[in-house]
Design a protein around this ligand. Structure first.
Ligand code: F6P
Length: 323
């Protein structure tokens, strides 16, 4: 392989730049040319492709976001869109791709390989940590640290006012961010889509005798929880507990930005390197991940379709600590 392309796609995640740097430097080390595809699949379709060399990725390891920009492309879901994308890759002499993103990114790469035979290796870049085949996705650690920092700040005001705070975190359909940030933030209750909550227990917790058990409480809610977002949950609780005094904070996109943590930079560097090495060895349609701190390959199919389990031990601990 003489030339590869690299792009980021889907929601950005802190550490993507560290991964791009690792991809470019590993390719250059192996005397392979690299092209950066701007805005992910959208840029592939539009031919927005630039050459990258070792110096193009200087001084980016510490930066959040992605220098290659990102997008969610509806056009790539069409046959015509993918044809245009293939033509642009061919025009630029790109023989293989490293895609950094999540489920949608890998699904696109898989389909593209099936239609055009362009080999691709994925690096898991999403704050959600919802990909099977890796213990950590790039961006997750930074996102949970951002969330914990916010929770710590909210604790101050919650304690001063003796209030209950509902803090909604991202994660799409998964509760990894909620479980990790809630545990580290000392939350009394964590609501995740993977575990159905006992609604009556929740009502009891905030009413009657229990009310005076704790002066203030922190509840972390995953945005994908089946009871709805934090506002809906509070609304429903208020309907059953009329004097329920609480506040809601939605952390939102603040979780996607900021300087990547050291852990995210190390993960991104290892996985970016592993992605190029796998591609050059002739692997395709696979995601590189870290399992028990070792680099492992998982098929795109498994990464997308198998469900990564939440750490049930952590879920149990929330109840234990809530004495
Ligand atoms: O997948 C990352 C993520 O931040 C999810 O946690 C969230 O549900 C979604 O992206 C938000 O997407 P957008 O930036 O398109 O609003």
């Amino acid at each position: 392989m003489k030339k590869i392309g690299v792009f980021t796609s889907g929601g950005d995640a802190p550490g993507m730049n560290a991964c791009i740097r690792a991809v470019v430097r590993t390719a250059v080390y192996n005397k392979v040319e690299v092209a950066g595809i701007i805005h992910g699949y959208k840029g592939m379709i539009e031919g927005n492709i630039i050459p990258l060399d070792s110096r193009s990725v200087s001084n980016i390891i510490q930066r959040g976001g992605t220098i290659l920009k990102t997008s969610r492309s509806a056009e790539f879901l069409t046959i015509e869109g993918r044809k245009k994308a293939f033509d642009n890759l061919a025009k630029n002499g790109i023989e293989g791709i490293v895609c950094i993103g999540g489920n949608g990114t890998f699904a696109g790469a898989m389909q593209f390989y099936n239609e055009y035979g362009i080999p691709s290796i994925g690096a898991p870049g999403t704050i959600d940590n919802d990909l099977y085949g890796t213990d950590f996705t790039i961006g997750f650690d930074t996102a949970i640290n951002t969330a914990v920092d916010a929770i710590d700040k909210i604790r101050d005001t919650a304690e001063s006012h003796d209030r209950v705070f509902f803090i909604e975190v991202m994660g799409r359909h998964a509760g990894f961010i909620a479980l990790a940030s809630g545990t580290a933030g000392g939350a009394e209750v964590i609501l995740v889509p993977e575990a159905k909550e006992d609604w009556q227990a929740l009502v009891n917790y905030f009413s009657g005798e229990n009310k005076s058990k704790k002066a203030f409480s922190i509840v972390v809610v995953a945005e994908g929880d089946e009871a709805g977002g934090a506002y809906k949950i509070v609304e429903k609780l208020k309907a059953q507990i009329p004097d329920f005094d609480s506040r809601v904070t939605i952390l939102g996109h603040v979780q996607r930005g900021g300087t990547p943590t050291a852990l995210d930079r190390v993960i991104a560097s290892r996985l970016g390197n592993a992605a190029v090495e796998a591609l050059l060895k002739g692997e395709t349609n696979k995601m590189v991940g870290l399992i028990n701190n070792k680099v492992e390959l998982t098929t795109f199919d498994d990464a997308i379709n198998k469900t990564k389990q939440l750490n049930s031990e952590l879920l149990r601990l929330i109840d234990v600590f809530n004495v």
